[in-house]
Design a protein around this ligand. Structure first.
Ligand SMILES: CC(C)(COP(=O)(O)OP(=O)(O)OC[C@H]1O[C@@H](n2cnc3c(N)ncnc32)[C@H](O)[C@@H]1OP(=O)(O)O)[C@@H](O)C(=O)NCCC(=O)NCCS
Length: 420
């Protein structure tokens, strides 16, 4: 059987249909290879916990699957609640069949289906930032990768909240029931966080398959108690290392969340004071994490920023009325959407802490933007003024910018703690 196909095949010669449950392993192979990896039995088992093949789109060249895209059904938190979301995922096209419109075709079907199912937004993590803007996704959540120079020189500021009263360690298979309520409390504080069922907890956070270890050799869960209550957890592990012949292990924080910022702060001194550990790394922290200000020398908490969650608005009214607003604002926006005619046009958006009214209007616009920018603004992680400065929003009435920004901005930045 040949292993390469399609150098001259056109898109019209392909068949597009969902993949079946039996074909799911094939799609997984296509996906992992596209990312430069191979699938282990453990990967396969965990992936099957979370993906429903009925929300899939695939391209076939004869009997060969050459493209895949699927959707998770988990809703994303927004300020004040959550929004019906299609989690765009499993995007891969075989290297023999790229750049002839396969992703574009599958994406069109996916977005149409998501709207039919009443999803107000679609959201995704991008392997490359340049891929998804053309489909209307805007970069809505950023994250900080954090690298802490630990060791005896790391001192906690006198103003830092108190440490936990007690910390207990759980094995990963005992942790879900204990930490899920803490995650839910964190999710109520921040937009961008996916609803999790048992399969998702296992797949994303608690699995010990290689791909879920975040670089650690083992994985446990530390739970912090304050006043007899479980208030924060850290899923973490270490990897061994040496520097100049001395022990220099790294502690990897795979996920840390708490009921509030003080609860999260209560766990860091424990994580940063492990014997033999020279560095503490956390790949994905919210951009407004208090951590750098909890220590005397904030330079010891090195941060690098990167893009995290992308949002595509599918129903302007449903999306904007699903979230709470921090202030009052009224703005008329001309939205360009080359895919959906019912979105393309001018919208009058009046918002207040009590609620929002969103409708088409014939009034002259204050701002002009692509639907991608409305997605970027949606969770309040990217400001109007920043998009104006970058030329992505055209301003016809400058006085609307400050109040709209103030209304959009949540008390805490959105956060997307896991990659999907
Ligand atoms: C990304 C990927 C799915 C694109 O599939 P594809 O079928 O080649 O995409 P299409 O032919 O539909 O391309 C549509 C448009 O996007 C552009 N595009 C596609 N991949 C791109 C990329 N990686 N960077 C920038 N632009 C890209 C194409 O040039 C095309 O532009 P045009 O409309 O101006 O002609 C495919 O390259 C792939 O599988 N890559 C490796 C895995 C991966 O990164 N998956 C994404 C996971 S988030």
């Amino acid at each position: 059987m040949p292993t390469t196909y399609g150098a001259s095949v056109t898109i019209d010669e392909l068949t597009f249909r969902p993949f079946t449950r039996e074909e799911q392993p094939k799609a997984l192979d296509l996906l992992y290879r596209a990312f430069g990896d191979s699938v282990s039995d453990a990967d396969r088992e965990d992936e099957m916990l979370v993906l429903d093949h009925r929300s899939s789109h695939a391209a076939f060249d004869g009997d060969q699957m050459v493209g895949s895209l699927a959707a998770y059904g988990h809703d994303i938190s927004v300020p004040g609640g959550e929004v019906a979301t299609a989690g765009t995922t499993w995007v891969a096209v075989a290297p023999t069949h790229r750049r002839r419109g396969i992703l574009s075709r599958m994406m069109g079907a996916h977005l149409d289906e998501a709207r039919e199912k009443g999803r107000a937004i679609a959201a995704l993590w991008a392997s490359e930032a340049a891929i998804y803007g053309r489909f209307g996704y805007g970069m809505a959540v950023e994250q900080h990768g954090i690298d802490i120079i630990a060791g005896p020189g790391l001192r906690w500021a006198a103003t830092a909240p108190p440490q936990a009263d007690r910390i207990r360690l759980l094995e990963v298979d005992q942790a879900a029931d204990v930490i899920a309520p803490i995650y839910e409390a964190a999710r109520a504080r921040r937009g961008g966080m996916a609803a999790r069922d048992r399969g998702w907890w296992k797949f994303q956070v608690l699995s010990t398959r290689k791909g879920a270890m975040g670089g650690a050799a083992w994985k446990r869960v530390a739970v912090a108690e304050i006043d007899g209550r479980d208030v924060a957890y850290a899923v973490y592990g270490t990897s061994e290392g040496q520097l100049d012949g001395l022990p220099d292990n790294t502690l990897h924080v795979i996920e840390l969340a708490g009921v509030d910022a003080a609860a999260e702060a209560a766990l860091w001194p424990f994580l940063c004071s492990h014997d033999l550990v020279g560095r503490v790394k956390a790949k994905r922290r919210p951009v407004d994490d208090a951590l750098p200000l909890l220590v005397e020398e904030s330079r010891r908490v090195r941060r690098h920023v990167s893009d995290a969650l992308y949002v595509r608005i599918l129903d302007v009214e449903a999306a904007l009325t699903a979230r709470a607003w921090s202030d009052s604002a009224a703005v008329t926006i001309e939205v360009h959407d080359s895919r959906f005619d019912d979105i393309d046009g001018t919208w009058r958006i009046e918002v207040a802490p009590e609620g929002a009214s969103v409708q088409h209007t014939t009034d002259a616009p204050d701002l002009r933007m692509d639907i991608r920018e409305l997605g970027a603004l949606y969770l309040g992680g990217v400001s109007v003024s920043r998009l104006v400065q970058s030329g992505r929003i055209e301003v016809l009435e400058p006085s609307v910018i400050a109040p709209f920004d103030s209304a959009l901005r949540p008390a805490e930045a959105p956060w997307a703690p896991e990659v999907w």
